[in-house]
Design a protein around this ligand. Sequence first.
Ligand code: NAP
Length: 244
Amino acid sequence: MRYAIVTGGGSGIGYTTSIKLASLGYGVIMGDIAPNIEEKAKSVREATKNEKVIGLHLDVTDWDSCNAFYNKALSSLGIDHVDILINNAGILRDALFVKMTREQWDQVIKVHLYGAFNMTKQVVEGMIKYQWGRIINMSSISWKGNVGQANYSAAKAGLIGFTKTLAKELGKYNITVNAIVPGFIDTPMTAPLPDKIKKMFLERIPAGRMGRPEEISNIIAFLVSDEASYISGAEIEVTGGFSQ
Ligand code: NAP
């Protein structure tokens, strides 16, 4: 059995990805800062009849939390490495740049960029040892620039560079590293956006609707499979045709 860590696994894309991977027979370790992560993992276990699904507290911004999370995952499941990492945890702290605070900048950079660094460092040695690995970084179409998101765009662009560099460094160990670039997806992250903003985006999406989180999970499931063994360093847009 292969094991996957899904950060931000308790909500939105992370949750549907945990269900998808568990239903395909992967062991899944769902990590989230939200306090209900163990209940969420229980619901995935029940829905998929897969006992190898656990939920653990995780703050991806904090190295010690990532290290404790990884060690607890290994000991709880009786494994010595994890094969797949989905760096998915995310937040928005939108503001026009002239009004953006240092806290808003720091929080977003920490969750997305430090988070990907902290978690990838936990898993990479085990992947190298076993000469197999899959790392998926969740970017966003906003990496190309979006008003009110200087922090988020910078972080998501940073993840593209991180992805392409790791793909070059880790390819020889049979580890692929890819970025997913979602467009406008219907999750708790986008739910609070004002109707005016939603309407503005919808008018620019050729598909004429928001994406469903399952439509992101489907491409993740393919990228972590053996079938995707020659895809690495790619940024894959899943946007219903929308582009910035
Ligand atoms: P979501 O429903 O808000 O889920 C994100 C999860 O990450 C939440 O459970 C959140 O917990 C958790 N999280 C936040 N900070 C964390 C931390 N420090 N450590 C661990 N977990 C943390 O969002 P989503 O829409 O599924 O987004 C998933 C990923 O896709 C994000 O990276 C996002 O940037 C990216 N994305 C989303 C869209 C979209 O349209 N939805 C588009 C492009 C890219 P709390 O709820 O407690 O904060």
